[in-house]
Design a protein around this ligand. Structure first.
Ligand code: HEC
Length: 200
C-alpha cells in the first residue's frame, strides 16, 4: 500500500469516528431546549436551586454514583418502571440543567432519578444520610456521619437536630454539605411530561 493510500485511510477512520461520536451526538441532543409551561411560567425540566446544584457536587464527592444510577430505562427490556424507579423513562432533555449529566451505570443501590418523589421528606433523607440502618436494619447504603456536626446537648435542642441522639447523647446537626445533598436529592424527580417522554 502506498503511503498516500494509508494516509487517506487513517483520515477516513478519524472522520468516521468524529462523525459517529461527535457530529451525530450533537445533531441528536446538542440543540435540546427546555420547554416553557405558559400557565406557570416555569420550564420543564425545572431549574434546580443553587443549594441543589451545590448538593450535586456533594453527591459526586461522596461517591454516591458508585452505587446509584440516575437514569430510568423505558419499559422495553427493562424492569426499571415496574420496580417503581420512576413514572417514565429518562430522556436527554431531563439533564439540561444538570452540569455535568450524571447517568451512572452501577446499580448496587436503587436508581435515584426519582428519589424526590419516593422519599420527599427532608428529615427522612437526612436520617438516611446519617445512618440508613435507623430505618432499614439490613441497609447496605453506607452511613455518612462526617456530613454532620456533633454538639453537646444543652437545655435547648436546636431545631435542625436529628430526632435521635448520638451514642454519647450529643445532638446531631447537619452541616451545609448535608443540607445541600438533601436539597439535591429532593430535586430529583421526573414527574413532568415531555413531548418525547409523556407521562401516561
Ligand atoms: C456501597 C454502595 C452505596 C453507596 C456508596 C451509596 N449507597 Fe445509597 N443505597 C445503597 C443500597 C444497596 C441501597 C438499598 C438499601 C436501602 O434501601 O437502604 C441504598 C439506598 C439508598 C436510598 C434509599 C433509596 C430508596 O429507594 O428508598 C437513598 C436515598 C440513598 N441510598 C442515598 C445515597 C446517597 C445520597 C449516597 C451518597 C452520599 C449513597 N446512597 C451512597 C448502596 C449505596
Amino acid at each position: 500500500m502506498k503511503s498516500t493510500q494509508a494516509l487517506v485511510l487513517v483520515f477516513l477512520a478519524l472522520l468516521f469516528a468524529w462523525a459517529g461520536q461527535i457530529a451525530l451526538g450533537f445533531f441528536q441532543v446538542g440543540k435540546l431546549e427546555p420547554i416553557l409551561n405558559e400557565e406557570t411560567n416555569y420550564t420543564v425540566p425545572p431549574v434546580p436551586s443553587g443549594l441543589a446544584q451545590t448538593g450535586s457536587r456533594v453527591f459526586a464527592a461522596q461517591g454516591c454514583l458508585e452505587c446509584h444510577s440516575l437514569s430510568v430505562r423505558g419499559p422495553t427490556g427493562s424492569a426499571d418502571i415496574a420496580r417503581g424507579w420512576g413514572p417514565r423513562r429518562t430522556v436527554p432533555r431531563d439533564y439540561l440543567f444538570r452540569e455535568p449529566a450524571w447517568i451512572g451505570s452501577s446499580r448496587i443501590g436503587p436508581d435515584l432519578s426519582n428519589i424526590g418523589i419516593r422519599l420527599p421528606d427532608a428529615n427522612e433523607l437526612m436520617m438516611h444520610i446519617w445512618n440508613p440502618r435507623l430505618k432499614k436494619a439490613s441497609s447496605t447504603c453506607p452511613p455518612h456521619p462526617w456530613l454532620f456536626d456533633l454538639k453537646v446537648s444543652g437545655p435547648i435542642i436546636e431545631k435542625e437536630a436529628l430526632p435521635v441522639p448520638s451514642k454519647d447523647w450529643k445532638q446531631i446537626l447537619p452541616t451545609y454539605q448535608a443540607k445541600a445533598l438533601v436539597a439535591y436529592l429532593q430535586s430529583l424527580h421526573s414527574d413532568y411530561s415531555l413531548p418525547e417522554a409523556p407521562l401516561k
